[in-house]
Ligand binder design. Structure first.
Ligand SMILES: *Cc1c(COP(=O)(O)O)cnc(C)c1O
Length: 365
């Protein structure tokens, strides 16, 4: 092997564009409202905070390696097989495990046009080649995905509902996708926002009836625990077994495990958050449309507001910032004319609407 002048990273790594999180502050401004990362404005369940604090007394102890308490809570609440649940440091880690375990140099990993950036990042980190497939007016296009499958395809990632579009496809479409894929291609259904659509199981029923479908979920959105990094995956036994082999034994802290377990069990609190979100989202969507700002029906805790041009979107973002409101420009998701607005507290949504209303009025003046 030829020696080089300096250490050389693995192929693909330098192609990774660093993940851009939502901005949290504005220069020199107090009291900003952060609506840029789809966090729960009501925070986590009070039970989760109490459970987190209780772990302070045993910080010298290593955490559980099998995550039994959390897996059991998930299994009880969502009626899933606890043996086929794997927990990760955010669902990001489950996405990384899947790429690391099933894709490498020469392999292809499919994601969609406006798909979550971690799919591409994790594919590249594993040395594989990300393949982007177009969407149909901001909606996952099953036929386009099936057409993009080659003999090299190993994984297909779709978020349903999707981020940053907020749209979703039906279980019938997901089933058609699962049935159309070769048996050795894993379909990953990222259910980060699954809770927000009443009655949707995130694809768990498809996981239960297929040998190549995996669902990922997170505690970062409706459960309000983004700070603690807890996510999980649900899949066929063989795949989960493989993922456990690449998982670090202590990948979740005791505090994270305890808080997530309590959050999962507090179904009343979750229901309250979902109800409030649905109400505020409907109000914001209706208000935006009334002033000529287009948005698709959202199945999540955010709304994607579309403007006539990237310039107008930028100007609107500046107007929001000037009012202390931080939303998410999504040009890096190929939506330069749009802003993603997290559903905040009711009064925050009202402020956003007031600000965009006066911005639009100034545009039309
Ligand atoms: C927020 C989000 C996640 C969750 O990531 P965590 O690592 O669990 O915080 C996963 N997928 C999508 C599409 C998301 O928007």
């Amino acid at each position: 092997m030829r020696r080089t002048e300096r250490p050389i990273p693995q192929p693909g790594l330098l192609e990774i564009a660093l993940y851009q999180g939502g901005v949290s502050n504005l220069d020199g401004r107090q009291n900003v409202v952060k609506l840029s990362s789809n966090e729960n404005p009501l925070g986590p369940s009070p039970n989760a905070i109490a459970a987190f604090k209780e772990t302070a007394d045993s910080l010298h102890r290593y955490p559980s390696t099998d995550h039994l308490g959390l897996r059991t809570a998930i299994s009880d609440v969502l009626n899933l097989d606890a043996e086929r649940i794997i927990c990760g440091a955010g669902s990001d880690e489950i996405i990384a495990f899947l790429c690391q375990a099933y894709a490498g140099p020469g392999d292809e990993v499919i994601h969609t046009e406006h798909g979550f950036s971690m799919y591409r990042i994790s594919a590249l980190a594993a040395g594989a080649t990300p393949v982007e497939v177009r969407e149909d007016n901001r909606v996952t296009d099953v036929d386009a995905i099936l057409m993009a499958v080659t003999s090299r395809t190993k994984l297909v990632f779709i978020a349903n509902p999707n981020n940053p579009t907020g749209t979703m496809v039906s279980i019938a479409e997901l089933t058609r996708l699962a049935d159309g894929l070769p048996n050795d291609v894993i379909l990953v259904l990222d259910g980060a926002y699954a809770e927000f659509e009443p009655g949707y199981d995130g694809g768990a029923s498809l996981v239960d009836t297929r040998s190549n479908v995996v669902m990922t979920r997170t505690f970062s959105k409706v459960y309000g625990l983004g700070a603690l990094r807890v996510g999980w995956g649900y899949g066929p036994r063989e795949i989960i077994d493989v993922l456990h082999r690449v998982r670090g034994p202590f990948n979740l802290s005791s505090a994270a495990l305890a808080a997530a377990e309590a959050a999962m069990l507090d179904t009343d609190f979750t229901r309250q958050c979902l109800d409030q979100n649905a109400q505020d989202r409907a109000h914001l969507t209706k208000g935006l449309r009334a002033i000529g700002v287009e948005c698709d029906d959202s199945y999540t805790n955010f709304v994607l507001a579309r403007f006539d041009s990237p310039e107008i979107a930028k100007a609107c973002n500046s107007a929001l910032n000037a009012d202390g409101l931080i939303v998410r420009p999504v040009a890096s998701y190929k939506l330069p004319h749009a802003l993603r607005i997290t559903i905040g507290k009711t009064e925050d949504c009202a402020r956003v609407l007031r600000c965009i209303t006066s911005f639009m009025a100034s545009q039309n003046a």
